[in-house]
Design a protein around this ligand. Sequence first.
Ligand SMILES: C[S@@+](CC[C@H](N)C(=O)[O-])C[C@H]1O[C@@H](n2cnc3c(N)ncnc32)[C@H](O)[C@@H]1O
Length: 254
Amino acid sequence: MQKIIEKIKNKENSNHVIANLDKFEEQQVVQRNQILSEIDFKKINKAYDSEPWWYDVRGFLILTFAYQSTLPSQVRLFGNNFGKEHLEVAVGSGSLLDLILKWRALTNKPYSKITAFDYAEKMLAGALKKFSKRNDMQLLLADAAKMPFKENSFDTINIANAIHCLPNLIQSLDEMYRVLKPNGTLAGNVLLVPQGDSFWSKLASKINSWGIKKGILHKAYYQDEIIFLLEMRGFKITSSKITGNCFDFIATKI
Ligand SMILES: C[S@@+](CC[C@H](N)C(=O)[O-])C[C@H]1O[C@@H](n2cnc3c(N)ncnc32)[C@H](O)[C@@H]1O
């Protein structure tokens, strides 16, 4: 991580970046010791060893061919789920969040105070760089299964393209439930097991197998399975639809 920070510092001389990075370094020491002590960093860093720009290109290909979803449909799903206090779980390199925030600004949506986190250092470094000018945004290194937030902290949570990446889905859903305020909403999309034996379905299965081997995909789910898991953890699914190979949903904390 030190190397990544040095690299960014050398490239960018903006005070914002340095201030954010210094804050990040401080937070990182605390977080590494207290929150992430149980995480296998070596394994995560190996899985997410690409540069953020390559991650974005690769992500776009995965989105198109494995998820069979589109950026406009994702912007609509996640862009409409922002309350006063918003949490972005597994923000990655921040490219999708950046696009969504630009769309929200263009369409005059109200201001949200945003907290975002990811457990892969390289991904987070990309987001940190992308949002270096936004002093009002908190970016953290943290695990979805053990979040460093008080209960009932957020009005809305988005988890984009990541539920199927979580190694501990049940604990992570419990954490999302805990930190969400009553009546708060969670928006997510879940990669489904490809159905049928068409060329596209076989291609999606191949990409998924590669992702599991690489460590960036935990597993694809069946629709009933994900509905069961969400409801079992206390969420009420208030809207849902299938887009391509994904189950898109909004769930409310009741
Ligand atoms: C496919 S990317 C999606 C990133 C971003 N939300 C987007 O849509 O572009 C999945 C992200 O989930 C993160 N992730 C997976 N498990 C996590 C966990 N337990 N805690 C925090 N982040 C996690 C990975 O590091 C990765 O950045």
